[in-house]
Design a protein around this ligand. Structure first.
Ligand code: SIN
Length: 290
């Protein structure tokens, strides 16, 4: 159930989910440059709710790029060929005859294996199947808040090891399935590199702490044997994706969703075999996680 946001937005209408995680924003036209007061309110709502959905915004690719640049500079998107003529736009496409897991179909925070992972991802729906194809978002800030104090103390000094190897390395699932997918995914030994980030990161805008781990990209914990790290990571992953932390987004065509990779994980669901799903995606550069 959506709830009218209590805080006084003057230029946009914000209706949040009951938990406060995820909100729908109307009364704004993303196809045009946003006046400073509107952009400030959009950014405020994004900081409060982490995932914002804007219905009825059938942006062209140029307009999607222009909106992205109002949020921040483009991030760097590896391992997928960008769209011709649009080096900062990826097409997330699944054809009716595909049987493989959807692109992004497991819990992750985008490109968390980068030294400066993207702050935001922006996804605009082009073709939506009549059934399935929802995206799940998990609130990694609230998941952190609800850990025991003992667990928070245990996690505080830890640094997690991130890698693209499970997704894009030579031995990854994508490597085995490349010929079964419409998307131009790039498999590379580069993906086996690792990058270390604090396991709990602090959001640079809200100051809130969030768990920064995911089953796709977190492959270990620095200085900890796999026998110890793997069960701890599995426990954290199970904790974050409990129903009470999850917002399930149902797409309609011409919707724009922006999410904050610094305090969320997401998972693209299937359930639409026999139908096409096409989305266009940009990222906004982020900072070094601290
Ligand atoms: C992604 O992980 O970026 C894909 C999300 C989606 O297609 O819903």
């Amino acid at each position: 159930m959506l709830m009218e946001a209590q805080s006084a937005y003057r230029t946009i209408k914000v209706q949040s989910q009951e938990t406060g995680f995820g909100a729908e924003v109307t009364g704004v036209d993303l196809s045009k440059p946003l006046p400073p007061a509107v952009l400030a309110e959009v950014k405020d709502a994004w900081a409060r709710h982490a995932v914002l959905a804007f219905p009825d915004q059938p942006l062209t690719l140029d307009q999607l790029e222009a909106f992205t640049l109002q949020i921040g500079p483009f991030g760097h998107d590896p391992y997928v060929e960008p769209m011709p003529g649009h080096p900062n736009v990826l097409e997330v496409r699944r054809e009716p005859d595909e049987k493989v897991t959807p692109f992004g179909g497991n819990w992750h925070s985008d490109w968390s294996f980068q030294a400066t992972p993207p702050a935001a991802t922006i996804l605009r729906s082009e073709t939506i199947p009549p059934v399935g194809g929802d995206t799940l978002y998990a609130d990694a800030s609230r998941a952190y808040d609800e850990l025991s104090e003992a667990m928070k103390d245990r996690l505080a000094p830890l640094r997690a090891i991130h890698s693209a190897s499970r997704a894009y390395g030579p031995n990854s699932a994508y490597a085995r399935e490349l010929h079964l997918r419409a998307m131009p995914i790039i498999v590379s030994p580069e993906a086996d590199k690792t990058c270390v980030h604090p396991l709990v990161r602090t959001h640079p805008v809200t100051g809130r702490k969030a768990l920064f781990v995911s089953p796709v990209y977190t492959v270990g914990i620095e200085g900890m044997a796999p026998n110890d790290a793997d069960p701890l990571l599995a426990e954290l992953h199970k904790h974050i994706v409990q129903d009470r932390f999850v917002y399930r987004h149902h797409w309609r065509e011409g919707m724009v969703v922006i999410w904050d990779n610094r305090c969320t994980m997401h998972n693209a669901l299937g359930g639409y075999d026999g139908h096409r799903r096409v989305m266009h995606r940009t990222t906004v550069a982020g900072e070094t996680p601290t």
